[in-house]
Structures are given as C-alpha cells and as structure tokens.
Design a protein around this ligand. Sequence first.
Ligand code: NFS
Length: 674
Amino acid sequence: MAIEKPEKAPKLADPIQSSIDPGTQEMIKRAQDLGIDTVFDRAVQMKPCNIGIQGICCKNCAMGPCRLPLPKGGIEGEDTRKGLCGATANTIAARNFIRMIAGGAAAHSDHGRCVAEVFLSVARKESDAYQIKDVDKLLSIAPYFDVAITVEEDGEVKDRDLDEITLEVAEKAINEWGKAEGELYYLKRAPEPLYEKWKKTGVLPRNIDREIVEIMHRTHMGVDQDYKNLMKQGTRAALADGWGGSMLATDLQDVLFGTPYPLQAEANLGVMKKDHVNIIVHGHEPVLSEMIVAMCQKPEMIEYAKSKGAKGIQLGGICCTANEIFQRHGVPQAGTYLQQELAIITGACDAMVVDIQCIFQNLANVAECFHTKLITTHPIAKMEQDSVIHIEFDEHHALEDAEKIVRLAIDNFENRGADVMIPQYKAQSVGGFGVESIQYHLGGTFRGTYYTLNDNIINGRIRGVAGVVGCNNARTRHNEAHIAVVKELIKNDVLVLTTGCNGIACAMEGLLTPESAGVYCGPGLKEVCETVGIPPVLHLGSCVDNSRILLAATEVVKAGGLGKELSDLPAAGSAPEWMSEKAISIGHYFVASGVYTVFGLHLPTAGAPVFHDYISKEMEKLYGGKWDLEADPIKHARLMIAHIDRKRKELGIDKARDRQLMDMADRMKLEASA
Ligand code: NFS
C-alpha cells in the first residue's frame, strides 16, 4: 500500500526579517495567520535563477535559451563561452541590459505619451475635465519647443494668444514620440558641454519611440554583436527616457495639474481609517488619480459616504501614484511597492484602483479573500481573474469614470467584514519639492537662481548632493537599505533628493520633515536645513520626476562655481533596492548625463565581467558618469561620499570654508575659475 506523504507546509517569511517597518511586519504576520500568501512568502519559497541574475542567459531565439555560466574559479585567459550562434557573454549581457532599458524607457515614455494626449485634447478643447493649471510652467517650456510666446504686431511686441501657444506646444510635444527628422527638443536643456559629448559620441535621441524600437531590432537574433555598440543604443534610448519621455511627462503633468510646492501629509498604512471609506489608488499616471482626488473631495460624495455609515472618504496612494497625489494635493502615501498586498490585508480597503506599472497580479487573489473591489482602469493593463472589475478610464469622460469608481467604493463600505486591522504606524512628511521650489527655498525669489545652494556647497556646509531613488525588492529587507543609505548620507552633510519608492520609505521613516535635520544630519547640513526650514531629504516626486533631478542639477551648474557640466558636480546617484526595468533606464540616463550611480543588490552584468567593466569603468571616459554596485548600504553610501569628495577636490573646494557673503565680483571670480 502506498503511503501518502504528508503535504509539507510552504515555508513562510520571517516578518521581522522581511521589513524594518513594524506596520509591515504586523501585516505580514496577519496575512500568514489568515493563510494568505504575500510577496514576502513567495520570495522565500522561490529562488531566483542563478544564471539569469548574472545577465548571461540568451532567449532571443528558439535555438536557446543559451546559458553561459561563469566557470568555477572565474575566467583565466580567454573567455571561450558562447551560445549556439556564437554570441559571447558580453553580447548576451549587453543585449539583456539594453532590453531592460527599452522596457523601462517604454514604460516611462508611454506614461508621458498618455499625458501628452490628454494635454492635446485639452489644447483642442475636447475635454473639460482637465484644464491648464499652471500657465507659467507652460510659458516656461514653450521656448524649448521653438514656440514663440510673443509676436510683433504694428511694430510692438505683444503676448501671443494662450490657446494658440497651448495647441502648438501640445502638437510639438506629442510629435516627440515619432517625428521623422531631427532630435529631441529637450536635449538642449542640458549643459552645453554635455550636449556636445552626446553629439560627439552619436547618441542624441532622434525620437522616443524609434530608440526603443531600434533596441528590439538590434537585439534580435543575429544583428548587433558588439557590446559597445549595443550600449550606444542603450544610451540613446535611456536619454530619450530621461530627457524625453519622463521629462515631458513631468512638465506636462505640472502644466495640467500644477507644479508642486511644499505641503504636508502622512505616510504608511496607518493613514487608513477604520470608520472611513478607504480608497487606495495604485500605479503611476496622475491622469487617473487627479480625477479620483477631485471626486473624493466633492461634498456630495462625502455626503454619500456618510449616508452609508462612514465618517468620510480616506484616499491613500501606493507606488508612484502616491508620490503624484502627495506632491500636488498632500494625499497621504499608504505605502511602498512591497506594501500593496498589505493594504488589502488590513480588511479596511474598500476599493483599490490601479492603472499601470508595478501592480502585482496577486492583488486579485488577496482581494478575493476580503470585500475589497479591485478595479483596473487602463486599456493596456487588465487582469485575468474574474473578480477584477474593469472600468476603462478615458479623458473624454474622466469625471464620470471617477464618479463611478468612487461610488463603487462607497457602496462597498457596508460589505466590510468585522475583522479590520490597520497597523497604527504613520509618520509626518513634507514633500512637493522641485526645480522651482528648491530655487525659492534655497535661492530666494529675489535671486531666482541656485546661488545659495551653490554657496553652501562651495563653503562645505553641504558636502554634496545625492539622488537616492527607486523601488523595493522582496529579495532584500523592505526599506532597510533605503533608510541606511539616506541616513549615512545626511549624517555626512550630503543633501538627498528622493523620488519613487525611496521617497515613500523616507516619508515612513520621518526623514521628510525639517525636524529630522536636527536628529540625523551632520552639523553643516543641519544648519542649512534649520536656517531655511527644509527637510534634509527633499521629495521630488515620482519616478518620471527623476527628470526634476536632472534639471535641478543643471540649474546648479548654471548658477556657477561648481563646474561646467553634471559630471563636475559633487553629486552621486543611488537605487539601493531597485527591481524594475525602469530603474535600469533611469540609472543609465543618469550615468550618460555624467552622474556616478550606485545600485544595491546585484546587477545583471556579473556573468560578463568585460561588459561590467565597460559600464562601470570605461563609460566614465565617454560621459563622465559610470555604474557601480554595492549591496552593503553603508559601504554604498560611503562610495558615493568618496566620489563627492573627489569632485570637491577637483573643483578645489575640498577644504570646507567659513561662510562668506559673496558679492557679484566674488561670484564672477568663481565662475571664471570653474
Ligand atoms: Ni519607480 Fe514607481 Fe516604486 Fe520602483 Fe515601481 S513605483 S516608477 S518602479 S517600485 S520606484
């Protein structure tokens, strides 16, 4: 008689080891008690492929997948590894790497395209749900598209009709995705020497879509077989993201929804309220979330919620949607990428509304265990599970769609089970910084430049500036590296600019408050933050808003005294817990813009050491920036600080100087010596 083997219980994640956040730990435990699996459990149940992780598995044709593991003990002498067609490890790793760039650039840029389409429909007066909220921003970007904002009439210069300007900007902006000739308009916003470098190396993007398509062609079986040439195309596509699709997304969102200015909110799952209708918006495009915010604020909706027994409507965001509605409306951030399932596990989420990117398919399975309505809204992002409701969002009837969604959530409030558990953890935060508000806070409107920031960098109070951005990754303890890197940087007087899920992690940790300067910063940064009243970690928005970091850095260059291009600045980039293809695209456009960029965890280049050396050493000669990898967060931050110090030395500002008030003559002297 065959003896039946008892079924082995699946291995579960240790909540404490899975996250540094006590609220997250509580929710992981609750999910386990309820027998619901989360990403944290799945991460301990499934190991990543050891060959894929190193970037050396080629599955671009049906003769493969060809796997090229590194020989034990490494490579001595010639590297003879090759696939069936002869592709080397370098070719395979470079192909995989630039396909990741293509994926990331496509995601950001398609998001940008959606915004540009809405903007065009507003310019054509086809949509009344959206309006131009920030005319100044529109007028400030128009010249980059060669759109005149004044005309000469009867010998006099007159302001041009705003509707006309709007339409011309909208048409030229949407054309950036597919124009037949020329190069992207925004490239000229970069410091001139950097633009000249791109021109010389032949990487100026022609249009956004073309660079992504060309990656797919070049990496098709039997096309580009030179890792350097493959990376050249990767660079072109990454620049088309950073200085193209992402920058357009940011600018047009600011024009339509308003340029963010500092405001206050709260962060973490504790923002959900037991006695309110809780709606969580998750994903990326503010085109959707802006309408949901507007609808939730309508008195008749609040009344409707009250008629169902709730005290009101509590909106919260997850992932970059959280960043978008936080920076423009002060809507609380309910959590990072890794907390999406947990928001439902509270039992208090009446509707989760998702659009595109970073959305787990398992949300549907988790929602089925509760009363939560999971609503997909985007035609390109549906789920196969029958329980998911699809309400397609369209800018032509945006408010009606938003109303339908909010009513559905309110109607669902009474279906809530008794077993609600909202972890009582949340922190205060201040966000909504950007190129304009940094200028205001650190420069003053009367100066209208980044002069004060530069002055504080030159005198050493601020040692340098770091962009710390990016995702969470279930292969590492949630938020641990994010927070350790940021704390080490600010302790060493490095001002941090944050976006994406790092921004949410910092908010949850209380680092986005001016008061945190006194607790965590070195003396110089503390003094600056306390004098000006800013947090030591400035939240600049979502991942497409990394373009704000590029432009802020460009303003620093323009303000003078710190070199002529981004690679001269005492600055560095970091993504301590990255996971998405978008992160690779961002990392690479920072590198190609001259920024030393360190990633945590691992890079899919480990199996091709020559290719890895190319991007982490040689690339610096081309663009002034390079990749680096360091999993240990303290070492990671110290690599960035060492780079910052090197740049300070090259600029001749390595000896911290006492603050001196500079006059115009001093400033010109500095500029002349730069
Ligand atoms: Ni960025 Fe935003 Fe978060 Fe990573 Fe996902 S939300 S676009 S990809 S996980 S930071």
